[in-house]
Structures are given as C-alpha cells and as structure tokens.
Write a protein that binds this ligand. Structure first.
Ligand code: MGD
Ligand code: MGD
Ligand code: SF4
Ligand code: MO
Length: 688
C-alpha cells in the first residue's frame, strides 16, 4: 500500500466505553491513532492507555512467531517453529486427547483480551470449532456474571440504562464504580448533568479519583452495599415517599418486599456498613426527593459472596421510586444485550453432538487439579492471562505445571501464562485484523477494518482456528467461513435494534447507533419478566434455589469475625489507571506511571502497626502472598486495604494480588469474589 489512508476501527479492550478510532496509515504503516470525533461517546479522545496502542503493536517484546517449549513449564524457554509444525502438533495432540479421553478433556480458555464478535469473547471466537470437537464449554464467570444474573430476576434482563442517560439525571449515584479510571467516557454525561444541577454521590470503600471529584463520598465496608440499599429504602418508606401508583401498577411482590425493608432500619444498617446513621438518612432523603435518580453500578460492587443479590437489590431503588420509567432514571450496569445480532448463527451450538460439561473461568486451578471424568488434558488459552488475572494463583501455577497437560497459548506478548505453554501461537493486534464491536456501556456498533499487515507471523484468532480445523481434517464447511461472512451472518437478524444497519453502512461510517429511540428508556412500558412487571418477588429466583425477594447476602470473608483475628484486613482490588487488566502491564512508559504494586492503608492501622508510606510489606493469607509498597492515608477506612489489578508477576515480585484471592463462587452465576478477601501484612524484612 502506498500513500496516506484513514481507516476506521474500534478499541477491542474490556471497557464499557467501546471507543471508535481512526488509524492513519502511511505507506503501509500505522502512524497515528485517534478517537473518532463525531462518535457521541468517544468524542475524539481515547484514553491514557490506548493512546499508546500503536507503539505497543511494535513493542520489542511482541510475540512474532510460533514457538515450542524447551525449558521446564513456567520457565518461559522456547524455540521458534513454523506454523505448519505448530498446528500439526496441536492437531495431533488434540486428536489423541479426544480418542483417549473424549472432547471434554479439551478446555478452550478464552479471556477478555478482545471483546470483538469475530476475534473476541462477545462472539465466543472459536465456538464453532469447540462445538465440533465436543470440547468442554468455557464459562465467562470472571467479570460481571453475578450482577447480570441478579438483575435478571428483578427486571427480566441483565441490561440497564445506557450511560448517555446519566445526562438527564438529577441525582447520580456512582456505586462501586471508578468512572474516571474504568470508563471515563461516561464522565462527560455526569459532568453535564451536574452542570444542570445534579448532585453526584460515590459509594466506594476506596476514596478513588472519582470519589474525590464527587459532591459526596460514602465508604461502606466491602460487600455490604445491599444492606445500605435496604437502609436507604427504609428511609424512603419512613418518609412515605415511595411511588405508590408505580408500585401498584408496575411491580410484583411489593408488600412482601416492604416487610423485608422494615428489617433494615438505618441504625442497624450503620452497624453493618460502617456508615454513620445520619449519612444514610441524608442520602435516603435525597433519593426520596430527587427525580430522576440514576444509579451507575459496575463490576466492582459485585465481586463478593453476595454479588448477585447486590445488583438485584440496588436496582430496587428505581423500582420503589418509579425512576425506571423516566429518562435519566434507573440503573446502569451493562448494555450488553441491546445488540440483537444473530449470535446463534455465529456460535453454532447446533453443531454439538451431545451436551458437554461447563468449566468456569474463575476455577482454573480446580479444573486442572481436581476435575476428573475426564481430566483436562489439553488447554488452549486465548486472549486471557489467567496466571496473573484469575483467582488462586498458586493453585493455577500448580495446575499448569502438570507434565501430562498439553497447553497452547495464543498471545500477543510473553505473559506469565505464556511461560507455561507447550506451544505458543503469535496473535494479531486490533490494527491487524477485522472485527465488529458493540459495547457494554453504550448503544453503538463499530466496525474495525484491518489497517495494516500483521507483525511477524501473527495470525488472527479466526484465521488460527480455520487453519487448525484444516490440520484436523474437519469437514464442516462453516469452520472455514471468512471474517466478512461471519460478520454478515451476525448482522443477518430480524431484531429491530438492527433495522437499517448493514455491514456496508458500518464499514462506510465506522460506527452506527443501534436502532433505539433517544432518549432511550428501556422499561418505560414494562419489564421483560414473566409477569411483565418489575419482580420484587421472583418465582424464577425461587425455582433456581434463591431467596424469593431481594435483600442482603453478606460477604463471606469480610464479615467473618473469626477469620478477622488471623487476617485483620479486608482487601479490595480496583482497576489500575494505566493498565487494563494485565494489558499494558509490560508497557514501559505506563508501568513507570503506575509504579510498584501498592497497598493503601488507613493512618490508624499504619500507626498501630508502625508502618509508613514507602515501606514494602508482604500481604498474605492462607492461599498465598504478594509484595506491595504501603501508601498510608485516608483513602480507605480502618481495617480495609486496597490495591490494583494488572501487575505482571515476572515484572514484579513473582506473584500478585491474585495469589491471595479465593476461587470460590459468588451467590449467582459462579461469579468471582476478588473483593471478598481477608489478608494480613508483615514488613518485608521479616520475609526470607
Ligand atoms: N483503566 C482501567 N479501566 C478498566 C479496567 C482496568 O483494568 N483498568 N478494567 C475493565 C474491566 S475488565 C472491568 S470489569 C471494568 C470494571 O469497572 P469498575 O467496576 O468501575 O472497576 P473496579 O475498579 O474494578 O471497581 C470499581 C470500584 O469498586 C470498588 N469496590 C470494590 N468492592 C466494593 C464493594 O464491595 N462495594 C462498593 N460500593 N465498591 C466496591 C473499588 O474500590 C473500585 O474503586 O473496568 C474496565 N475498565
Ligand atoms: N484481583 C483481581 N483480579 C481480577 C479482577 C479484579 O477486580 N481483581 N478483575 C477481573 C476482571 S473484571 C477481568 S475481566 C479479568 C480479565 O482477565 P483476562 O481475561 O485474563 O484478561 P487479561 O489479564 O487482560 O489478559 C488478556 C490477554 O489477552 C491478550 N490479547 C488481547 N487481545 C488478544 C487477541 O486478539 N488475541 C489473543 N490471542 N490474545 C489477545 C493480551 O495480550 C492479554 O495478555 O481479570 C480479573 N482479575
Ligand atoms: S480502553 Fe476504554 S476508554 Fe480506552 S480507548 Fe479503549 S474503550 Fe476507550
Ligand atoms: Mo472485567
């Protein structure tokens, strides 16, 4: 290619902002990357991380060729091999595993490295191949599933309002979300609402950069948010401010739920949450008096034992106040389901010859060490970095070290997980492959055109799987569909959200709004529950073995007083400002800005323990430990510690926070419990 071209694309990363971008290509090389200016969410800006994306594609540690392991598992020693040899070996090993143990002995472990519908997790890339092979089904439990499941019981859908709607709110509660770090393109809507008089509240155990910008910050004990929500509702009904007409016409089970709310007077809620009674009364009163109120909650609030129930209960507040029917009212969590693409055509679950077992992303250690019948004999990790990102790190490492396990890792960089691979396959980055994206924070689709040739011998996920299918002599023709054909099949849907949207249209403009009205008030005319109403009382919850009503399900470790004697601190992990999960954790400039692994500690705790800012401590519990530099201040309350996710093990102390996190499930959907974690600390000099 010669001359200058401008090519539309989209950020593939696991972020609610789903930015649309434009790449400038000069003589075949990507020379500039910018956010699309007329995109209503991107508004011309990417973020502090993705501004470095182009240089990251050319980083010296980019994986460029297939490799075979020559050292011990975990050592990270490899030799370059050809694609032919790599695929032949994988085909042979997979075929042998299938013959000896059955297809379920293969675990396709896909992560959130890309959210694309062709290359990434939203399209379950590779699902056709896994269905043909009868591999175990990989369940994406690591991120948002508990909350999604909890919301389903109440409103019949896991979709809430879109972040654009925040603009119309008069009171915005940013509940367990660090907007300025983890989804900063939502902030302009918060700011605009504030300009029109909206009051901004942040509810977060950590005084984050978002909390510092808010009008008010409440710091509950981690995992106690549902109790706080019940307390706020108690204040509302005490004032007699519930919307009686809405409750009668649009909800089911109000009287029973009302009785439950009465069990949570503010005094008791203050004890559970650690928030002063007066502040609970004040916020409850403010909600009672402010229409519409919008709650923006995200994944941070549901990473504990009661995470599913938390979202189910938080979303009751707009139910009791009737906010769900107003523009700017309701709860925003995910907009994932609004894109009515033909997922069945993409996934092709009809190719499965018989039902297969499910294996949960958060339980990799268990899956590799404890699961039998059949045991996992082949693991293919793609767009995931479980050694650094998944719970119970030490157990995962033990599982991956199994000599009888055949591990393939498809990666862009030499991650901690790559070190355990038998075969490494180099993967393209977003400027080098084609994809189609929606977003879990807004209502726009974006097309990503491949802008440049791949670096080295990198291949896209779709192309890698097409070639693997060929090496396995698989006959199903759909395994060989081109990317364009896959996109056409996905968009070939009768769903009204796609009316007027074509691949050509997307390609021409780069992005398009799903066909929903503006303002979009998804539940103005009822809810997609069996009753058509917001279901405080849920028959489906009962039949799934859950409480019939919303309420408070306590965190497991955080409120365990016995455990607290040994492990006195509740540890939460939030998003790092400079990495996205572990992506960019190896980017020198961003790593410098992020600094060493840190732990925030309250001044009182620090003086009791005689610890000062800058000292290194070992943070530990019964599962493992990691090193962190102490940062003393008022960012967290006494008894709480906070750190961030995303540190590479080999670029820090050999472990990270996930060495301490349990692989136990949350109450719903098998969600992860990153924030339900007790630890202790000791000064590092004591450690050998
Ligand atoms: N820069 C950056 N952006 C990201 C990511 C990243 O790693 N870096 N990750 C992306 C991904 S994968 C996701 S899922 C989203 C997550 O987006 P968010 O959910 O916004 O991000 P987190 O920082 O994980 O959690 C938000 C806040 O929840 C708080 N929190 C933890 N436990 C509790 C609790 O029990 N109650 C309350 N009220 N608050 C609690 C944390 O202190 C944190 O400040 O962000 C995405 N965006
Ligand atoms: N302690 C703690 N741990 C957490 C969290 C927390 O809050 N606390 N948050 C959790 C959350 S919300 C999430 S979503 C998970 C994320 O966990 P993972 O899904 O494992 O995400 P990453 O660690 O970012 O690893 C993604 C990898 O994919 C690679 N990649 C990117 N694009 C592609 C591609 O197109 N093809 C291929 N083959 N590879 C690609 C990247 O280089 C990167 O190494 O982490 C979780 N981990
Ligand atoms: S990570 Fe998020 S904010 Fe940054 S460019 Fe991607 S979508 Fe936009
Ligand atoms: Mo996530």
């Amino acid at each position: 290619m010669s001359g200058i071209q401008k090519i539309f694309g989209a950020c593939p990363l696991d972020c609610p902002d789903g930015c649309a971008w434009q790449v400038t290509v000069e003589d075949g090389e990507a020379v500039d990357l910018k956010g699309v200016t007329d995109h209503p969410i991107t508004r011309g800006a990417l973020c502090v991380k993705v501004n470095h994306y182009l240089e990251h594609t050319k980083a010296p540690d980019r994986l460029l060729y297939p490799m075979r392991r020559i050292g011990k598992k975990g050592e990270g020693k490899f030799t370059r091999i050809s694609w032919e040899d790599a695929l032949e070996e994988i085909a042979e090993r997979f075929s042998n595993v299938i013959t000896e143990y059955g297809g379920e002995a293969i675990w396709p472990y896909q992560g959130t490295g890309s959210l694309g519908y062709l290359q990434g997790i939203q399209g379950r890339a590779g699902s056709r191949l896994w269905n043909v092979l009868g591999a175990s089904k990989h369940e994406m439990t690591i991120c948002s599933i508990a909350g999604l499941t909890g919301l389903e019981y109440l409103i019949g859908s896991s979709c809430g309002i879109a972040s654009e709607s925040l603009d119309d709110a008069r009171l915005i509660i940013l509940w367990g979300t660090n907007t300025l770090t983890s989804g900063y393109h939502q902030w302009p809507f918060v700011k605009s609402a504030r300009k029109k008089g909206a009051h901004i509240v942040v509810i977060d155990p950590v005084r984050t950069r978002t909390a510092r910008q808010a009008d008010e910050h409440l710091a509950p004990i981690p995992g106690t948010d549902a109790a706080l929500a019940m307390g706020l509702l108690h204040v509302i009904i005490d004032l007699g401010c519930e919307d009686q007409i809405y409750l009668e016409q649009e909800t089911l089970g109000w009287e029973a739920f009302r009785q439950r709310i009465l069990e949570y007077p503010p005094k008791l809620v203050a004890e559970i949450t650690g928030i002063e009674e007066q502040r609970i009364i004040e916020l409850g009163t403010r909600i009672a008096q402010t229409r519409p109120t919008a709650i923006r909650a995200s994944q941070g609030v549901q990473r504990h034992a009661g995470g599913g129930m938390t979202l189910r209960t938080l979303a009751c507040i707009p139910g009791v106040m009737g906010d769900w029917r107003l523009p700017g009212g309701g709860l925003s969590y995910s907009t994932d389901g609004y894109f009515g693409g033909n997922r069945d055509a993409l996934f092709r679950d009809d190719l499965l010859k018989s039902k297969v077992r499910k294996l949960s992303m958060t339980r990799l250690g268990e899956g590799l060490l404890d699961v039998n019948d059949p045991p996992v004999k082949a693991l293919l990790v793609y767009a995931a970095n479980p050694v650094a990102s998944s719970p119970n790190q030490e157990k995962i490492k033990r599982g991956l070290a199994r000599e009888d396990l055949f591990t393939v890792v498809m990666e862009q960089f030499s991650t901690d997980t790559v070190d355990y691979a038998d075969i490494v396959l180099p993967a393209t980055m977003q400027t080098e492959h084609t994809d189609l994206h929606d977003s879990y924070g807004h209502l726009y689709l974006a097309w990503n055109e491949a802008a440049v040739e791949p670096q080295g011998e990198c291949l896209s996920t779709t192309e890698t799987f097409r070639r693997l299918a060929k090496h396995m002599s698989l006959k199903e023709s759909c395994l060989y569909d081109t990317d364009e054909s896959l996109a056409e099949q996905l968009l070939d849907s009768e769903h009204s959200s796609l009316s007027g949207i074509t691949l050509k249209g997307l390609r021409d403009k780069g992005w398009m709004r799903l066909n929903y009205p503006k303002p979009f008030v998804p539940y103005a005319d009822g809810f997609p529950t069996p009753s058509g109403k917001l279901e405080f009382f849920s028959e489906r919850a009962v039949s799934d073995g859950y409480d019939s009503l919303p309420g408070f399900t306590p965190p497991k470790e955080v409120l365990d007083v016995c455990l607290a004697k040994k492990y006195p601190f509740a540890l939460v992990t939030g998003a790092s400002h400079y990495f996205i999960n572990t992506i960019f954790g190896n980017h020198e400039g961003l790593r410098k800005r992020e600094g060493e692994s840190k732990i925030m500690m309250n001044i009182e705790d620090a003086s009791l323990l005689n610890v000062t800012t800058g000292q290194t401590v070992r943070v530990f519990n019964q599962r493992g430990s990691f090193l962190a530099e102490v940062n003393v201040g008022d960012q967290v309350a006494k008894g709480v510690l906070a750190t961030t996710k995303g540190m590479w093990l080999k670029l820090s102390s050999g472990t990270n926070v996930n060495a301490t996190v349990d692989e136990r499930d949350a109450d719903m959907g098998g969600g992860a419990v990153f924030g339900d974690n007790r630890v202790n600390i000791e000064l590092c000099e004591k450690v050998k």
